[in-house]
Design a binder for this molecule. Structure first.
Ligand SMILES: Nc1nc2c(c(=O)[nH]1)N[C@H]1C(S)=C(S)[C@@H](COP(=O)(O)OP(=O)(O)OC[C@H]3O[C@@H](n4cnc5c(N)ncnc54)[C@H](O)[C@@H]3O)O[C@H]1N2
Ligand code: MOO
Length: 391
């Protein structure tokens, strides 16, 4: 059974759950667009000069030309341009309808105050034609796109001063584990610093979600239940780390069941990152990630991110590319999809970096991609091609 594939299918079947809202364009970066964006005019809206130069009829290009006026961007020619006449024109200005060519200032010899000659009769036309970038009525952006930098410019160009997006979900992040201490403390014997909260909160912030609370709790059933119920009152999503497995103090799956949550999956078939729950009740969603830091990272990248995007109505297709292996990867057990932090160099080759498993989070700080070793595959040889996911 390919558990990860089943999870992907499940994610694919989820429907957007968050309400929509209209927001100002200036606030739209990194939100999910929930309307198609349609051009209300042609772009460019007129034949536009691509260069600072002289606009004329191309059939006069070899002749001495009389310069009638200067047209700067934003201005329209006030005279008719006849045989052997031209206007001086600036980049971005409307090319007069009688002209079909602009020769650059660099290709112009000024003969007298109002006489000019083109020194390069093979000049390009140097005109950006009306509607060449897009036509009025054309769909420019699709519902479900993430609003990134280019999308901000397109929205502005198309006159979308307000944009329909999905509401930012509210999230509570709960790190569980009686061994945890905050980053400011030196752990006593048996203790460990909480690094997962920083990791998960940053992932969520990158996705522009609103963190309403951040808790670090000991493995106490009553306390966890109480805090979980309180978080349900303020949050759309709750992300736990730790307590996801089968140990005596791994309470999260039990608490979810006890509170009437439907658990869609409790393991992923991925290494590292096998124990993980995803559950829902009444439109509230809970991610129970593993405690091991690389496991929670992998689970977030491969599962939580696409799930959250789907719930927000986003079309999320993270890049996966086939890259040449610079090393041989081998393993004995092949019953899970293995995810290995790697470094892709300038030549697109996948290099090995030190990595020894689910707690080795500092390895990821030097990785720029995750290598996929599919289910059933025990070795990928040097020079073979294998899928990597850029980070
Ligand atoms: N009998 C079995 N034991 C385990 C199995 C299994 O299938 N059968 N799976 C193993 C795998 S795989 C993983 S991964 C872990 C996941 O366990 P949990 O999600 O319950 O995580 P914890 O036990 O709470 O912690 C694991 C590890 O990570 C450290 N940790 C926890 N929270 C944090 C944090 N916030 N920041 C930094 N490090 C954290 C914790 O101290 C542990 O060392 O279960 C295996 N066991
Ligand atoms: O799969 Mo665990 O997630 O080995 O660390």
């Amino acid at each position: 059974m390919n558990q990860f594939k089943e999870i992907q299918q499940h994610i694919g079947n989820l429907s957007p759950v968050l309400p929509t809202e209209k927001i100002l364009l200036k606030d739209a970066f990194n939100r999910v667009l929930l309307e198609d964006v349609v051009a209300d005019l042609n772009m460019p809206p007129f034949n536009k000069s691509a260069m600072d130069g002289f606009a004329c009829s191309y059939e006069d290009i070899a002749n001495e030309l009389e310069v009638l006026e200067v047209i700067n961007a934003g201005k329209i020619a006030s005279v008719k341009i006849g045989k052997n006449q031209c206007v001086k024109i600036m980049t971005g200005a409307a090319v007069p309808s009688e002209c079909d060519c602009v020769f650059m200032v660099e290709d112009a010899e000024e003969l007298s105050e109002n006489k000019v000659r083109c020194t390069n009769p093979k000049t390009k036309k140097n005109i950006c034609y009306l509607g060449e970038d897009y036509k009025k009525g054309e769909k420019l952006l699709k519902k479900g796109m993430l609003i990134n930098v280019p999308q901000m410019a397109v929205l502005a160009g198309a006159g979308y001063a307000e944009v329909l997006v999905s509401k930012r979900p509210k999230v509570t992040v709960i790190a569980t584990g009686s061994e945890l201490v905050p980053p400011s403390e030196t752990p006593k014997p048996g203790q460990i610093r909480n690094s997962n909260s920083s990791q998960v909160i940053t992932q969520l912030k990158k996705m522009n979600l609103e963190i309403v609370d951040e808790l670090m709790l000991v493995d106490d059933y009553e306390l966890l239940t109480k805090s979980f119920n309180a978080a349900l009152g303020t949050s759309d999503f709750i992300v736990f780390t730790g307590g996801a497995s089968v140990g005596d103090f791994d309470f999260i799956p039990e608490i979810l069941k006890e509170q009437g949550f439907k658990i869609y999956w409790d393991h992923t078939g991925i290494k590292p990152g096998n124990p993980m729950t995803f559950s829902e009740k009444g439109g509230k969603f809970v991610f129970g990630l593993s405690g091991n830091p690389v496991s929670s990272f992998v689970q977030f990248e491969l599962i939580a991110k696409p799930t959250i995007n789907k719930l927000l109505g986003a079309n999320y297709n993270p890049l996966r590319i086939k890259a040449r292996m610079n090393f041989t990867f081998q393993r004995k057990k092949t019953n899970r999809l293995a995810i290995i932090p790697v470094f892709i160099d300038d030549n697109g080759a996948t290099s090995e970096i030190p990595f020894h498993g689910s707690a080795h989070i500092n390895s990821l700080a030097f990785a720029n991609a995750l290598l996929e070793v599919p289910l059933g595959v025990s070795a990928i040889q040097t020079n073979e091609f294998a899928y990597v996911r850029p980070l």
